[in-house]
Design a protein around this ligand. Structure first.
Ligand code: COI
Length: 365
């Protein structure tokens, strides 16, 4: 078997697909999944596509005890002329390997991962929804499977890809969300694992998320772990603020996620000659801008969230209603342009889109 030869076992019992207009985020899964094993000394091996199914693991598998695991998130889109497009998929596998590096997981062959993804999408192509605002969310992930309780990097792993037809991540859709600025709990600090897409970062956020939800907020906005002052990111997205015509987002400082949507939005804004700044940004500065009416818009960016306008921020007892709680003009333009590029309806000047055929090809190349 060559590195890129992938065994395919098709299901004999295809599932009923959910209606496109009833999709929520991450509830339904397609008929197949991809699996690749790793063993120290043998490397990554046994690439296979199998019917979607539960996996059996030893209760001592290290992922359960020490959280040695990483994941990614990307989407496939169906165009009006029935082409299947992926948005910058190579970036996800590059970032997966950066996460691997941080969590002491052996690097993956990015070419093999892309080919596995291609074949899995071809196998489950009928699952890609076409309703407005829907897509096929793809979740590649790696878990440490070695059964032993020593605290050291596992000698065995599994890399898997599962896929889920999805609608909007937030119940609000493109309508503005309410965000709670978290002043007590922290998500990550520089030198920690905040830059990696690893489960522990999300587990660390659940308590704050739960408390914010109980107060009627969709997510929390994290402040830095040392000064509790500088803006980091929101639970599942990077965050941007438009202040006096300039779009400001926290710089990649070693504790926030290097979002692929974040990077794409920065490229789009620069392409449109809109002033952008990646820098340290304090919550006091946001409050001051709000108080003197120069905070014009706020929005989050992420694969799952796409562009999500922020209509309200609560910071201690300071309530900030941004742009009268409505979707801002720039947020809407970014949403329309990005989703238009992703659906193949708007020109893609950056060569971001990749078409899934009998190979992966640049959609505009
Ligand atoms: C994504 O946007 O793909 C993410 O990974 C966020 C998520 C945890 C839902």
């Amino acid at each position: 078997m060559t590195a890129h030869s992938i065994h395919i076992e098709k299901t004999t019992n295809p599932k009923q697909k959910p209606a496109s207009n009833q999709l929520v985020f991450g509830k339904y899964f397609t008929d197949h999944m991809f699996i690749l094993d790793y063993e120290e000394g043998k490397g990554w091996h046994s690439a296979r596509i199998v019917p979607y199914q539960p996996i059996t693991l030893d209760p001592a598998a290290r992922v359960f005890h020490y959280g040695q695991t990483v994941f990614e998130g990307l989407k496939a889109y169906l165009t009006a002329d029935e082409k299947v497009l992926l948005f910058r998929p190579e970036q996800n596998f590059k970032r997966l390997n950066r996460s691997n590096e941080r969590i002491s997981i052996p690097a993956l062959d990015e070419e093999l991962a892309l080919e596995a993804l291609r074949q899995l999408i071809v196998t489950d192509r009928d699952w890609i929804p076409n309703e407005e605002g829907t897509s096929l969310y793809i979740r590649p992930f790696i878990i440490a499977t070695q059964a032993s309780l020593g605290v050291s990097p596992s000698l065995q792993y599994q890399f898997m890809i599962i896929m889920s037809p999805v609608g909007a991540y937030y119940a609000e859709g493109i309508h503005p969300v309410k965000i709670y600025v978290e002043s007590d709990y922290v998500r990550a600090v520089k030198g920690g694992t905040g830059v990696a897409k690893t489960a522990g970062n999300y587990a660390a956020g659940l308590k704050a998320q739960e408390e914010a939800t109980s107060k009627g907020y969709s997510q929390v906005l994290w402040l830095d772990g040392i000064h509790r002052k500088y803006i980091e990111e929101v639970g599942s997205m990077n965050v941007f603020f438009k202040i006096s015509g300039t779009v400001v987002t926290p710089a990649l400082n070693g504790s926030i996620l290097d979002g692929i949507t974040r990077n794409s939005i920065l490229q789009l804004l620069r392409h449109w000659n809109i002033p952008v700044e990646e820098r340290q940004l304090s919550i006091d500065e946001i409050y001051e801008a709000y108080s003197n009416n120069t905070l014009e818009e706020a929005f989050g960016t992420g694969t799952a969230a796409v562009i999500s306008p922020v209509g309200q921020l609560l910071w201690n007892d300071h309530q900030m209603i941004i742009n009268e709680g409505k979707t801002g003009e720039l947020s809407k333009k970014l949403y329309d342009t990005l989703t238009g590029i992703q659906k193949g309806e708007v020109e893609d000047p950056f060569g971001w889109m990749v078409e899934v055929t009998d190979q992966l090809v640049r959609a505009n190349g």
